[in-house]
Design a protein around this ligand. Structure first.
Ligand code: SF4
Length: 327
């Protein structure tokens, strides 16, 4: 089976954007590929090094959501990056062959330096994190990495690093391919892309009354001010969530009735809430049941990390022999 490798930073409880844009895809991939999914806790250090107090609890909270969404530890390897120290060893070796200019021109690096002002990104680890990403992938000789469009340059960089390493030391690493993940563009309550940092997110495990309150107060078509004003679903964030969660019948109904003011926005949001909860509630329930049984989650991650270490060590034995260090 071909191999897929992907990771997520430990951000704690996940929101609907993570669920529909990442987890849904991972759950499907586990049926067709040998999958390694990891919690990228070393990556969290690039920006949160000064306060690590929440990384462990965020790791466990996030993995409860992974399991709730349907990732099955019998089908895929779920592990924690920092429990596989081989990633760090390979990162160091890859950093020796990576020209500085390659890192400085990564678009997300430049963007983050310009846009993120509330965190100190002025450190060596932040510049080097695409090299750590390359190590994360190459150490499992991953064939594919599921990514969104904006991450494609990182995979290209991983391929370049693999090529350069192979040129110096012999053909160790295959070049991974980006597997473009479907992007359902999940919008948040203010109409921008759903994101924890925008504070516009709806968490999978928010209590139902909180989910309803967030949906009830979501922005709509700004031109539809009064109940009898016709609306335009094409510019309404609520409608874009309908397209993810509602039945075709409801989507068609909203599409017609909104335009002739046949339904009010609260009716429309109530329909969205009911459809969305059919998908979200069972996932949230399963995630909460893992939260109640956190030792089981730790066991899953320990076992997965053990399996990952074996695979990673196999690659590192080849790498160490190729680099010819030591005695
Ligand atoms: S009826 Fe629905 S789709 Fe139309 S503006 Fe209101 S919330 Fe948006």
């Amino acid at each position: 089976m071909e191999r897929v490798v992907s990771g997520m930073r430990p951000t704690g409880k996940l929101h609907l954007g993570h669920l529909e844009a990442v987890l849904k895809n991972w759950v499907e991939l586990q049926h067709n590929y040998e999958c390694f999914f990891f919690v990228a806790d070393w990556h969290a250090l690039t920006s949160d090094y000064a306060d690590t107090s929440e990384i462990r609890s965020n790791t466990l909270a996030m993995v409860c959501d992974w399991l709730g969404a349907g990732l099955d530890p019998q089908r895929c390897t779920l592990f924690v990056q920092s429990l596989v120290p081989q990633h760090a060893e390979l990162h160091l070796l890859l950093s020796a062959v990576t020209p500085l200019g390659w890192l400085e021109r990564v678009p997300t690096y430049k963007e983050a330096r310009q846009q993120i002002k509330d965190k100190d990104l002025n450190n060596y680890a932040f510049l080097g994190y695409p090299v750590l990403q390359a190590a994360d992938i190459l150490i499992y000789k991953g064939d594919y990495v599921p990514v969104g469009e904006d991450q494609v340059p990182h995979i290209e960089l991983t391929r370049e690093i693999a090529r350069r390493f192979n040129k110096f030391y012999g053909p160790i690493f295959p070049e991974p391919q980006a597997l473009l993940a479907p992007d359902p563009r999940v919008v948040g309550t203010d109409g921008r892309r759903m994101s924890k940092s925008y504070r516009n997110d709806i968490k999978i495990t928010d209590p139902p009354e909180v989910i309803w309150e967030k949906m009830r107060t979501m922005v709509t078509d700004p031109a539809r001010v009064r109940r009898h004003d016709p609306g335009d679903p094409d510019v309404c964030p609520v409608f874009s969530l309908h397209k993810i969660y509602s039945s075709q019948e409801t989507i068609d109904l909203v599409n017609v009735e909104c335009r002739r003011a046949g339904i009010g926005c609260i009716d429309c949001k109530r329909m969205l809430y009911e459809h969305a909860m059919k998908r979200i509630a069972p996932i949230a329930e399963k995630s909460r049941s893992y939260e109640q049984n956190i030792d089981e989650v730790k066991r899953i991650l320990q076992e997965g990390s053990q399996r990952a270490r074996q695979e990673a060590e196999r690659t590192m034995e080849q790498v160490r022999a190729a680099v010819r260090l030591g005695l």
